[in-house]
Unconditional design. Sequence first.
Length: 198
Amino acid sequence: MKKALAILLSCILAISFAACSKKESSESTDVQTESTQQISNSETTAQPSNDDNYTLGSLVTVNGETPFILNGLRLDGNRSASENNGKDYATEGIRSGFFLDERIAFYLDTDYSNEDSEDVKVICVPHRPFAEYEELNYEELTEQAAFIETFYGQEDTDISCFDPYVFSEDFGEGDYDVLFTYQGDIAYYIVINLTPEY
């Protein structure tokens, strides 16, 4: 009798282990499918990341519903790695490495033009997770800027819109966010890296 009870309990235990492992496997497959869908969705629409994962030289769309539509960007430097200058307009793989105090020429692929308005500003600030921008108002943002430029339009695509630099006496090496704002709200941004020239 004891032997039969022990066998019965062993069978019940084995069946319950098999059922639990099958359920865990099913849940694991669901999680993998869900995360794969999230990855593929994030690849098709570049959105700002609220964590600190970012790619240097990628133009990220925050709000593409403004009159200022930025289709692509080109950045050239006047001192470092000049062989990387003159590339085509792009949204990925844009030149992102420059020296502090180096002039960075901005070429914007956009049809936007409004000489009577200062709606579009380009603001460069030391890098931070994107979520922190939601806590800053426009005035606080401009107070922390390494440079601020106003974009009125670009008649000749072979001539840069402006060529600012980050002054090494006021700012250090590291990653910087270049924010393209429309009426004080961030529409696009790109992260670049600045190093000292030795």
